[in-house]
Design a protein around this ligand. Structure first.
Ligand code: SF4
Ligand code: SF4
Ligand code: F3S
Length: 268
């Protein structure tokens, strides 16, 4: 019996640090193994595929031709400004811009994974030497779903992929094209330290009595009130912890331009 064909996914990595892929591999429900072996056909992914060189590029082209109109393109990383710096980042001699446009032409939709792909991220931070732009700055004729975070929560990446491929339709999105199911509430809305905030109990330094008692990190620079992400409920490392639970104020990493927005705090 012929087995059912799994939906084809082509994953393009541009100006990125591989942190988003590292995060993907730490998903536990579904696991990346379940995702790749049971749910999707991951036909191109620099870090995870066995093929290299020409064979890898042939795999991308074959997947595009065999699944025209149906395949999903996932992107991590921003792109150098296509007019000013087309040669700043290339793969197989192809500029990131040309590879994105060629690959997306017959795709059903695009998922921008990580704040670099969604908003420009670290490469776009001042002084933005490559003139970095996001995927949605360039793609105007296909749906673009942004899964922001630096990196995104592992299960948010796999959850968005699984949801789209299972139901075949776009999730409900917020103003930044992020799925509301994961980005509909702020970190502050779901934070377990919120009762301390409401009582006015704040840590003033990283090692004072308030910090030891687990009080609110707002006065240490926490950007939880203006940051929308699922960290506080889905957590990291298989649901073990997340930045605020580890004593680190939220940097706002899922919001546009967070690198330049004052999210980084000084060690007091
Ligand atoms: Fe790396 Fe963060 Fe960019 Fe992902 S979003 S590629 S983790 S810098
Ligand atoms: Fe809000 Fe941050 Fe305080 Fe949590 S630690 S209650 S997210 S300000
Ligand atoms: Fe990022 Fe804040 Fe979560 S820094 S990882 S959105 S707690």
């Amino acid at each position: 019996l012929e087995s059912a064909r799994r939906p084809s996914v082509i994953w393009l990595s541009f100006q990125e640090c591989t942190g988003c892929t590292e995060s993907l591999t730490r998903s536990f429900s579904p696991t990346v193994e379940n995702l790749i072996l049971d749910t999707i056909s991951l036909d191109y992914h620099h870090t995870l595929q066995a093929a290299a060189g020409d064979a890898a590029e042939h795999a991308r082209e074959e997947a595009m031709h065999a699944n025209a109109g149906e395949y999903l393109v996932v992107v991590d990383g921003s792109l150098p400004g296509p007019k000013a710096n087309p040669g700043y980042s290339t793969i197989a001699g192809i500029s990131n811009y040309d590879m994105l446009m060629e690959t997306v032409a017959d795709a059903a939709a695009v998922i921008a994974v990580g704040s670099c792909a969604a908003f420009g991220g670290l490469p776009k931070a001042d002084p933005n030497p490559s003139g970095a732009v996001s995927v949605q700055d360039l793609i105007k004729d296909k749906p673009v779903i942004n899964v922001s975070g630096c990196p995104p929560v592992p299960m948010v990446i796999t959850g968005v992929l699984a949801q789209y491929l299972t139901f075949g339709k776009l999730p409900e999105l917020d103003q930044y094209n992020r799925p509301l199911a994961f980005f509909g509430q702020s970190i502050h809305d779901r934070c377990y330290r919120r009762p301390f905030y409401d009582k006015g109990l704040f840590a003033e330094t990283f090692d004072d009595e308030g910090a030891k008692k687990g009080w609110c990190l707002y006065r240490l620079g926490c950007k939880g009130p203006m940051t929308y992400n699922a960290c506080a409920t889905m957590k990291w490392n298989g649901g073990v912890s997340w930045p605020v639970e580890s004593g680190a104020p939220c940097l706002g990493c899922s919001e546009p331009d967070f690198w330049d927005a004052g999210g980084f705090y000084d060690a007091l």
